[in-house]
Ligand binder design. Structure first.
Ligand code: ADP
Length: 680
């Protein structure tokens, strides 16, 4: 037996026990190695006339034997000679693939700068390779040019999955023994490498009918903590292939057992029960062509919808699909979807946002949160890049600026797609906004308004005047020139808000009011402050500044007259209000409540519903309508010195104003008794 070097042993131990957090990825790693081995042979066939393989013959086999507890991953790729087995599998962290990639890149540099003779030869070969190239499973069917053939060859090489030289050893997370039987292309002799992953490995002669490699894992025995037998099933293996390796470019085939109904015998009676037989069938487990690598014009809407539904487990097709094909410092493809409805947990803390991240067609992360900003947490999709600097376990990315660059571009794309949808298909956009608008509003709020310029143009609100959803721009476009502010009312229900006296009084002046019914609205508009330099004003705010100078003076005069009354009422209401005063905007209501200062009534209501937000109160003002007959009654009670009656009327007016505002009545029993007394 050859011993692993001490460093290797330590590394192996580290690998098996700590590099990977997820055991099941061993299959992904072995399949990726097989795919690399196939790529290498295929690339060799493009560059070397003596290597005669057609792409259609290349494939990966997957098999398991429940009794022997083995899983086998096979490929008919380039294979390994005795030397390669020794070098690649005997030395941990030696990557044959990286070596291959470097050689390819060197060759490529060479082909650009080298002597003319070599150049001509290469060009010839490339030209000859054209038909092969056009049969690429990447899907590009158009005739390839010389330049493209060279490019693709380069692309293939650079697209190899492995580069760290450790993936293979992940097999030891689940296996007590790994055997590798391999025969290099154009060699007669096959070799077997065998190891328990602890001390060292054996290398001896073996036989294999053709070039390629079988990796045979003997699974560890099950223990109380770990159930390795789980992997010995058709369902689990096919699930793992679909999860991680669905878009590997070569078919991954497995023998599966099927059941079929036997033909009904001619003499079968009434009570015939069907009989079944089992049979074996070879199934291709992966779908191979990554749909995001195909041009958008070549993929039908149905195909996108099918992909979305199966990969993102949704029963409904997405409302919008868009792609990014970025080329430059960082090459990547993204395929993004806007779902037609919100998942049930979108607004719960358990919701995980993110896009699926692939590197060279292999899944690295199911939901990479850094690719999506919180305000677009509802977007689903895939990002694939061969250029990512992955860490050694390929579970995470190493450099965050790559992610940041992609995230920025993705965000821009989402914004432009949403704007287009808003302009071109308003009805659909309104549906999207109804489901996901809250995320955008939260985005503005939680960024303290920093995202205002980005997101405000995407917002919609219900217009009391138009009785439909309008954008802030549409609201301003329709506003009369003398209008100084964007008016809104916030509460729980549009119909109730529409009937509020304060809404009606603003509408009566010819100004529209946006009716906001989401918890976040008042906060979001609060941090935005203004839109196109027009301040947002809550119609329930104490000072809307809508009265004319004359009206103001008149109110002022009357207020002076009734100062005594207001003081008495305020004393009766104690700390419940900070002020009692006259108002001209109460329409046919005797009284209303407004708020002064930074906390609005709606904010108080929303905060009170939160687990620890109950302590925050608005500064309430009780407004009285001097034109209403009830006001005369107040004056009468005060002037007649009937304190009991004044207290009763104050109580009723205050509480009914709360009810109209949608605020809770502090003491309903007391309020009911007050009304009862009034009825006597
Ligand atoms: P990586 O794939 O990151 O290079 P691995 O530890 O997975 O590292 O594999 C080490 C090397 O062993 C690979 O680079 C490759 O040269 C070789 N190898 C592994 N599996 C196969 C295979 N199925 N066919 C041919 N060569 C293989």
């Amino acid at each position: 037996m050859k011993k692993f070097k001490t460093e290797s042993k330590r590394l192996l131990n580290l690998m098996i026990n700590s590099i990977y957090t997820n055991r099941e990825i061993f299959l992904r790693e072995l399949i990726s190695n097989a795919s690399d081995a196939l790529d290498k042979l295929y690339i060799a066939s493009l560059t070397n006339r003596n290597v005669k393989v057609s792409r259609d013959e290349l494939g990966i086999g997957l098999a398991f034997d429940a009794e022997a507890r083995t899983i086998t991953v096979s490929d008919n790729g380039i294979g390994m000679s005795r030397d390669s087995l020794d070098k690649n599998l005997g030395t941990i962290a030696h990557s044959g693939s990286l070596e291959f990639k470097v050689e390819q890149e060197e060759a490529d540099k060479g082909s650009k700068a080298a002597e003319p003779a070599e150049d001509t030869e290469k060009a010839d070969e490339s030209a000859q390779d054209t038909p092969e190239n056009s049969a690429e499973p990447g899907g590009e069917a158009e005739a390839a040019t010389e330049a493209k053939a060279t490019d693709e060859r380069k692309g293939e090489a650079i697209d190899l999955i492995g580069q760290f030289g450790v993936g293979f050893y992940s097999g030891f997370m689940v296996a007590s023994e790994v055997r590798v039987i391999s025969r290099a292309y154009e060699e007669e002799q096959a070799w077997m490498w065998k190891s328990n992953g602890i001390d060292g490995y054996d290398l001896k002669e073996a036989s294999r009918p053709e070039h390629g490699t079988d990796v045979i894992l003997t699974l560890k025995p099950d223990s109380d903590e770990e159930d390795f037998s789980l992997f010995l099933s058709e369902a689990e293996l096919s699930y793992l292939v679909k999860k991680y390796s669905n878009y590997v470019r070569y078919p991954i085939r497995m023998e599966v057992t099927r059941r079929r109904e036997l033909p009904k015998p001619a003499d079968a009676g009434e009570d015939y029960t069907p009989e079944y037989e089992s049979y074996q069938e070879t199934e291709t487990l992966n779908s191979m062509t990554p749909i995001w690598k195909r041009r958008k014009s070549e993929v039908s809407e149905e195909e996108y919808a099918e992909f979305y539904k199966s990969d993102f487990h949704d029963h409904a097709a997405p409302v919008a699909t868009f792609t990014i094909n970025a080329e430059g410092a960082l090459n990547y493809d993204a395929l993004l979807f806007i779902p037609s409805h919100a998942p049930f947990d979108l607004y719960s803390k358990d919701f995980e946002k993110g896009l699926a991240l692939y590197s060279s067609n292999v899944m690295i992360m199911e939901k990479c949160p850094d690719l999506l900003p919180d305000h677009f947490n509802f977007v689903r999709g895939v990002v694939d890049s061969a250029d990512l600097d992955l860490n050694i376990s390929r579970e995470t990315l190493q450099k965050n600026n790559q992610l940041r660059a992609m995230a920025r571009r993705i965000e821009k794309k989402i914004i432009s797609e949403l704007s287009t949808l808003m302009a071109k298909d308003r009805e659909t956009y309104e549906g999207v906004f109804e489901c996901f608008g809250r995320s955008m509003k939260y985005g503005i709020y939680t960024s303290y308004g920093a995202l205002k310029d980005t997101l405000a143009p995407l917002l919609l609100y219900y217009s009391a005047k138009e009785e439909k959803m309008v954008s802030l721009q549409e609201y301003l476009d329709a506003a009369p020139s003398e209008q100084e502010a964007v008016y809104y009312a916030a509460g729980e229900d549009e119909a109730l808000l529409a009937r509020m006296p304060m809404v009606k009084s603003v509408l009566a002046r010819g100004f529209d009011v946006l009716l906001c019914v989401q918890d976040v609205d008042d906060f979001c508009l609060g941090v935005m402050g203004s839109y196109e330099e027009k301040p947002f004003k809550n119609v329930a705010g104490a000072d809307l500044g809508l009265e004319s100078e004359e009206e103001k003076q008149e109110t002022e005069k009357k207020s002076q007259e009734y100062q005594e009354l207001f003081k008495a009422m305020q004393e009766l209401l104690d700390t419940k209000v900070s002020k009692v005063r006259l108002s001209t905007r109460l329409a046919d209501m005797p009284a209303g409540i407004s708020a002064e200062g930074p906390v609005s009534l709606e904010m108080e209501r929303v905060l009170a519903a939160m687990p620890d937000g109950g302590g925050i109160k608005s500064e309430r003002v009780l407004e009285l309508n001097a034109e209403h007959p009830a006001f005369a009654k107040l004056v009468e009670a005060r002037e007649g010195g009937d304190d009991g009656r004044l207290a009763l009327l104050t109580n009723i007016l205050y509480n009914q104003a709360l009810l109209v505002e949608g605020l809770p009545v502090t003491d309903p029993v007391d309020f009911a008794q007050a009304i009862g007394q009034l009825l006597i």
